[in-house]
Design a protein around this ligand. Sequence first.
Ligand SMILES: [Zn+2]
Length: 376
Amino acid sequence: MSAIVDLTCDLVRRASVTPDDAGCQALLGARLRACGFAVESLRYGEVDNLWATHGSGGPVLVFLGHTDVVPTGPAEQWASPPFEPTVRDGKLYGRGAADMKAGVAAMTLALEAFVAAHPQHPGTVALLLTSDEEGPTNRDGVRRVVEEFRRRGQRIDWCVTGEPSSRDVLGDIVRVGRRGSLSGHLTVRGVQGHVAYPDKVRNPIHLAAPALAELAGTRWDEGNDSFPPTSFQISNVHSGTGAYNVVPGTLSADFNFRFCTASSAESLRERTEAIFKRHGLDFAIDWDLSGEAFLTNDGALRRAVTAAMQEVCGITPQADTGGGTSDARFIAPLGAEVVEVGPTNATIHKIDEHVALAELEVLPRLYLRIVEKLCS
Ligand SMILES: [Zn+2]
């Protein structure tokens, strides 16, 4: 078997369900150290992060990935055991094969090949890995590493993440941005009492309803060429004691913005709170920012990636901003250009997850061409 299939199998065999890295990073770190990389382990809580660099100064090109995988679901429903990598019908099966151990293995091989051919390359080439991408909080993964980078003054110019971004064939999509996600948990305080004595109560349902209606009817922005307009949805509203003759004392509600680069989390927070203040509410909001929206413009990174995809895959990729979140959202605020390019994503997180061998064999060459275009 080829080097890329071997290495992907070695990673799939390690049952690295979040936050357990299960030795993936030690394996990759040892390989990169042997090629002259400086390798650093950053462990926060139960999460392993690996930061491997070669060269010095700028420009800084980072390949970004995660070694953790989602749980398998019922293992007996898999055609072959999920952590026993199995090749059949031209595909490699196993949990994490596509999301994203193929990408991690290919980025590692590309970096090994690059520094062997260009030992004196300009700037810095690096690999950043975490074992906390698939978890619910992502607290101790790339988010924490980026805090450390800010402390150190570590800049990043370009970041390529090998997440499974392709739709039908490898190279049809390059993901160049993501919508942001901002959630709020609202509490409106009133005064509880008997429904028959309206002068002695303050009804939080009556007070909150017009404000919630105004939020639901607000046009937050018009979107732009790369994104649809920002959307606002209320997902939960709770109030009332269950009794028909009691005015409740509080109302709570949950809502979420999926926002584009025409708005910022800060502006949405301010505008929301201004509406509640204008309605005279006694309120509190717990905000949770999952990630700012970002967009990588058509600069050096996008041009290099597009040209590499044309050469290696024979397709001109379509620039896209869809899909769920990824760790790219933590890197983009450092001022980096960020793209996601990797294998097809049809089976990720599913039973019988797999990656086509034909795609797998091409991936290291694709990443190698990208780094050659930017750093040699
Ligand atoms: Zn992933």
